[in-house]
Structures are given as C-alpha cells and as structure tokens.
Write a protein that binds this ligand. Structure first.
Ligand code: HSE
Length: 375
C-alpha cells in the first residue's frame, strides 16, 4: 500500500511513525503546511501532488475539520484512491455523500478512529451487524468532558479549574467549545448510529446539550443523591422508529458509566443475540488514534471496505419523557413542571426530551442533566 498522508499534526505524525517499520505499507507523500524533512517520504504543500500520483492508492486524511478535508477526500475517491480518516465531523456531516461515492467508485472508505480513538468500536460494530440487529448504541464518547466531570466530582474543583487542567494536559483545545458543548459527542453518536443501524440520521433532528454551565454546587447536589454526572450519548431503534440525543445524564454511583475515570471512553451496544457489549479505552491521543488508522489501512489491504451498506435517511423522533435536573435559570414554564428541588435546582416531572432541549435553547446560561430511567 502506498499512502498519501494529509496532515502531520497529532494523528498524522502518529500514523507516519506506526507505518514506518511496516513492510506492507509506506507513506510516500505528506501534505503539510510546514517545511519538513522526513526520512522516507516527500513533503508537499500541494494536494495535487498526491492526487495526481498514480502510485498512491490510499489517502489517509488527518487534517481534521470540514474543509478542505471533504474536498480532498472526494477528489481522492474520484481518482480511485481508498480513503482512511479519523475525521468525525466530516464523516458525520457528509456521510450521505461519502459512502455512496466510495461505493460508486469501488474504493475503500474507513473511519474507525473517528469514534473512540484507539478503541475498535466501529469495526466491531460492523462485525456485530453481520449476524444481529443492534437496538442501542451510545455511552461516554468524549474524553475531555469525562475528564472535567470526573475531576469536579473527585476533587470538588469548579468547572473553570477542571477545564484549565484538561487544557494543560492537552485533552481540551484552547477553544474547547466542540467538546464541552457536546458537538464532538454528537458527531460520534451519529456515525455510530449510522453504522449500527444501517441508516443515515438527519443530524438536525438529534438534540445536543453540553456541560459548559455545570457548577461545583451541581456536583454537590448529585453526590447528595448518590449520582455521578456524565455526558452520555444515546441512540435507539425499535420497530422502525429512531431516537437519538446527547445530554448530561445522572448515573447511579457504582454503575459502569459512573465509574469511568479521567479521559476514558465507555461505548456500549445492545444486540438481539449478544446482549450488551461495552468498549472501554483511550478515546483520543496520538498513538491510540493512529493505531486505528493503521488498522483501517490493513483492513483496506485485506479488502474490507466500508462499514455497512448505505441505508435510508432517518429523522429522529424522541418520544421518551425524562425527568431533568435544571440549574442556572428558571421561568414559569419550568416551575409548572417542577417535581422537587435539589438544593437551589429544580427537578422536573417527566417531560419530553424535545421540550427540555427547546427550553435550554431559550436559556443558554442553564445546565440540564437527565435523571436515569427506571428500568
Ligand atoms: N476531543 C476528543 C475528546 C478527542 O476529548 O474525546 C478526539 O475525538
């Protein structure tokens, strides 16, 4: 396999290092803005050098973001090259475009590292679907949020201090919005649901709430009720209808989700034959992520192309009603739905997920967390 590597940042450099000692693949060109000297690959600033090199059969996209990543990946596939990527935003947003194009061009398109970093989550989800129906995917998919929530829970520190620590350790970006507003988790949930259910979820029908407004006093309230707050993603299918959402959720202390420490991920599926399977590990970082990129390259070499046959477009309808913990704002509509107080915060009677997220949109300073569903 002759690889054109796009990007030489955290993931790109990791891929380069993991590929270097291998006999079955070689990085021959690297697209990079900097002037780099590499031992065994030519560095270029011009993507056309990779696109028009007929000896390059596979493009590894590690530049991230939507553009120009999408345009590069489309051009690569149109030139008959396989694509391997860790870019969850691009895969989630352009799923409808990228999968059919790969099928039409007869090239491989793989993105295992886009969800769960070094965890073989998507590739196993693909295998699960060979013999069973998946009814649920979801869990803790963002290491930065888990680190912040775990630090606040363990030490009592406030959100700002926990975020600063996450930034100092290199987990959170200087602008942490994508992580703390739940967008990163939202992308990962949509990809997981698409692969697990064989559909294409309408992104705009999937509500998302993040952790930006959580305070130390909220954590105290959760502790007093034996709960741990996690940013959870959930997607379910039942009898042809689909639900999906991302929101802070209270997990009873002692459950698997409540016990996930620092920046780890815990991602779960429910299948009709195997039951619950949970995947735990490093959801980010140079070598865990590069590991799954290289695994995907090996799968391409062995003829394992994309994850699933491209399915129908699906709009999510969240019929479930949940009780919510709400702090940081209130109004008459919320008070009307109040069941009790935890400290100064409101706990609602069961309300629709749609209603709660709409209310949150109108109160951007508020924090919400769903209470666990009684099973
Ligand atoms: N920013 C992500 C996280 C890592 O914190 O989990 C890349 O998916």
């Amino acid at each position: 396999m002759r690889i054109g590597l796009l990007g030489f940042g955290t993931v790109g450099k990791g891929v380069y290092k993991l590929v270097a000692p291998r006999a079955d693949m070689q990085v021959v060109r690297v697209l990079c803005r900097r002037d780099l000297e590499l031992d065994d690959a030519a560095v270029t600033h011009n993507f056309d050098d990779i696109l028009n090199d007929p000896t390059i059969d596979t493009v590894v996209e590690a530049i991230g973001g939507l553009h120009p990543a999408r345009e590069y990946v489309i051009a690569a596939m149109e030139h008959g090259k396989n694509v391997v990527t860790a870019n969850k935003a691009m895969v989630a947003v352009y799923y409808d475009e990228l999968l059919p194009l790969a099928q039409r061009m007869g090239v491989h398109f793989r993105c295992t590292a886009s969800v769960g970093g070094g965890i073989g989550w998507l590739s196993e989800l693909e295998r699960v679907r060979r013999i069973e129906t998946v009814s649920h995917v979801g869990g803790i998919m963002n290491g930065t949020c888990n680190f912040i929530l775990d630090s606040m829970h363990r030490t009592g520190m406030d959100y700002k201090a926990a975020l600063a620590q996450a930034q100092a350790l290199g987990y959170a970006e200087a602008d942490p919005s994508t992580d703390v507003d739940g967008i990163d988790t939202w992308h990962k949930l949509i990809i997981s649901a698409n692969v697990g259910f064989g559909v294409s979820l309408d992104l705009n029908s999937v509500p998302v709430a993040g952790i930006r407004n959580i305070q130390a006093s909220d954590i105290e309230n959760f502790k007093a009720h034996g709960m741990v707050c996690k940013l959870l993603s959930t997607a379910k299918q039942q009898d042809g209808s689909y639900s999906a959402y991302v929101q802070p959720t209270l997990c009873p202390a002692g459950t698997l989700e409540a016990s996930v420490p620092t920046n780890y991920n815990l991602i779960t599926l429910s299948g009709n034959t195997s039951g619950r399977q949970s995947f735990y590990g490093q959801g980010a970082g140079r070598y865990p992520t590069a590991y799954n990129v290289v695994q995907d390259c090996i799968d391409c070499l062995r003829g394992r192309g994309f994850y699933c046959s491209y399915g129908k477009k699906v709009t999510v309808i969240n019929k479930l009603k949940l009780s919510y913990y709400v702090s940081g704002a209130t109004d008459d509509a919320l008070e009307e739905r109040k069941a009790l107080n935890w400290g100064d915060a409101v706990v609602t009677r069961p309300v629709s997920i749609h209603w709660m997220h709409q209310w949150l949109d109108a109160h951007p300073g508020a924090f919400i967390a769903a209470l666990p569903v009684e099973e």
